[in-house]
Design a binder for this molecule. Structure first.
Ligand code: ZN
Length: 418
C-alpha cells in the first residue's frame, strides 16, 4: 500500500509526502502521482501523530461519573468499587471508545495502565493505533497478593507477544501506596531482564508525600532511589512533588516523567510541575491526559495548551513552555519515550501522521501554525489520521464509529447499575 499526500503544509512549506508500507518513503516538493491512494493536502497541514503518555483507556466508561471530588474519596467510593465489577467486554468497549476519541483528536500512540489487558489489546489491534500497555499491578502490601501479581505479570507478558507490532507490553505498578517495596524491586528486576518499561504514578499529591515520609521515612523519589529502582526504564506519571535533590536523582538515573495538566488541576493534586527545570536537566518529559474520569477527555491538543498555560501561570513567566516545546513533547519526545521510530516527518520514519484542517477560524490568520494548533485549536481540527501507513480516519470519519459510541454508552450505564 502506498499513499501520496499532495501539496500539504509542513513547517510552513508546501510539500508532497509519499508513504510506502508503514514508512515515510519521501518528503519532497514534487513527487510523481504514483500511489495506491492520493490525498489532497490543500488547506491542510501535517504533523507527526500525537503521543499520549499516560492513560487508563477504558476509564472512558467513567467519564463524568463522580466529578468534583477529592482524589482518595473519588477512588474509594466511585472508581474502585465499579472497577471491581468490570468484565472483559466492558474494558474492550471502553478501550474502543478511548481509541476512537484518540484517533479523532490526532493521537496515534498511547501509554496505558489498566486492568484486563487483553481486552484493551483487542481494541487497540482493531482500531489501528499503537498502544504500550501496562497492567495495573497492586499487592496492597500482602505477600500473598504479591505472589499472584508476579504470576500474572509473566502470563500477560507472554500473551502480549501474540499481538501485532503496534502493541507492546510494559509493567504497571500502580503507586507506592498500593505496591510494596519488595514487589517494586521484583518489577524492576523483571523489567530489566526483559527490556520492558515501567509505568508508575508517583509524587502526585501532597498526601502521598506525607504518607511516604510517615511510612517509609522518605519522600517518594528518595524512597524509589533507596529501593534502587530509579532507571531509564522507569516512567513516572505526575511527578509534581519533587525537590531540587530529587530532580537531580531523576536526571542522574535517566528516569522519564509524564505531565498530566488536566488531571492535576481537576483533582487539585498540585500545579507546580517543573517542566522547564526537568528539561533543563535533560529529563525527558512527555505529556498525557490521564484517564477520562479525571481529565475528562483524551484530547492531546488541549493537553498541550493546558501544560503551557499552567506552567506559565504558576511561574508568572509568559516566556517559558512555548507552543513549539509543547508540540515537541507531545510528538517526538513521546515517540522516543515509547521507543518508536516516529514523531518526525522524515524519510525512514514510521508513517504515524495527522492532517490538520486549516480551513477554519482557529487557523485564520495563520501567522504561526504551531501557535494556532496549541493555543487556538482543539482535537476537532484533525481531519485525517494515518498510523503505521494505514489511514484510520479520513475527513473526520472512522469506520464503525457510530456502533462504538452506542455500545460503549450502553455498557457504561449497565456497569454502574450492576
Ligand atoms: Zn493515572
Amino acid at each position: 500500500m502506498s499513499i501520496l499526500i499532495k501539496g500539504v503544509e509542513l513547517e510552513g512549506k508546501t510539500t508532497d509526502i509519499l508513504i510506502e508500507g508503514k514508512y515515510i518513503e519521501a518528503v519532497s516538493e514534487h513527487l510523481p502521482d504514483r500511489a495506491n491512494k492520493i490525498i489532497d493536502g490543500k488547506k491542510k497541514a501535517i504533523i507527526p501523530g500525537l503521543v499520549n503518555m499516560h492513560t487508563h483507556a477504558a476509564m472512558t466508561l467513567f467519564r463524568g461519573f463522580g466529578d468534583d471530588m477529592p482524589l482518595m474519596p473519588w477512588l474509594e467510593e466511585k472508581i474502585w468499587p465499579n472497577e471491581a465489577k468490570l468484565t472483559d467486554e466492558d474494558v474492550y468497549w471502553g478501550a474502543k471508545l478511548a481509541c476512537l476519541e484518540m484517533i479523532k483528536s490526532g493521537t496515534t500512540a498511547f501509554f496505558d495502565m489498566y486492568h484486563k489487558l487483553p481486552a484493551t489489546a483487542e481494541a487497540v489491534e482493531e482500531m489501528g493505533i499503537r498502544g504500550m500497555l501496562s497492567s495495573a499491578c497492586f499487592d496492597n502490601f500482602s505477600p500473598e497478593q504479591a505472589k499472584k501479581a508476579k504470576v500474572i505479570t509473566g502470563e500477560l507478558f507472554r500473551k502480549m507477544g501474540e499481538y501485532s507490532e503496534r502493541i507492546s507490553f510494559a509493567l504497571g505498578p500502580h503507586a507506592i501506596y498500593t505496591v510494596s517495596g519488595e514487589l517494586l524491586q521484583w518489577i524492576d528486576y523483571y523489567a530489566k531482564e526483559n527490556g520492558l518499561p515501567v509505568h508508575i504514578h508517583l509524587a502526585e499529591t501532597e498526601k502521598e508525600v506525607q504518607d511516604a515520609v510517615r511510612q517509609f521515612g522518605l519522600s517518594p523519589v528518595r524512597y524509589l532511589n533507596r529501593l534502587g529502582i530509579l532507571s531509564p526504564r522507569l516512567m513516572i506519571a505526575h511527578g509534581i512533588y519533587v525537590d531540587e535533590e530529587e530532580l537531580q536523582m531523576l536526571a542522574d538515573n535517566g528516569v522519564k516523567v509524564i505531565h498530566n495538566p488536566a488531571s492535576n488541576m481537576k483533582l487539585a493534586s498540585g500545579i507546580q510541575f517543573q517542566f522547564a527545570e526537568m528539561r533543563g536537566k535533560g529529563i525527558a518529559v512527555g505529556i498525557g491526559t490521564d484517564g477520562c474520569s479525571s481529565s475528562n477527555n483524551l484530547d492531546m491538543i488541549e493537553a498541550m495548551k493546558l501544560a503551557s498555560l499552567l506552567g506559565k501561570g504558576w511561574r508568572k513567566d509568559p516566556v517559558v513552555l512555548t507552543a513549539d516545546e509543547m508540540l515537541f513533547a507531545a510528538t517526538r519526545q513521546g515517540a522516543d519515550m515509547m521507543n518508536l521510530k516516529a514523531g518526525r516527518i522524515e524519510e525512514g520514519y514510521l508513517a504515524d501522521l495527522c492532517l490538520i484542517n486549516l480551513n477554519q477560524p482557529a487557523f485564520t490568520p495563520n501567522f504561526n501554525f504551531v501557535s494556532n494548533l496549541v493555543y487556538a485549536a482543539n482535537g476537532s481540527c484533525v481531519d485525517t489520521v494515518i498510523c503505521n501507513g494505514n489511514i484510520l480516519m479520513e475527513n473526520r470519519r472512522i469506520p464503525g464509529e457510530d456502533e462504538i459510541i452506542q455500545r460503549a454508552g450502553e455498557i457504561a450505564y449497565n456497569l454502574i447499575k450492576r
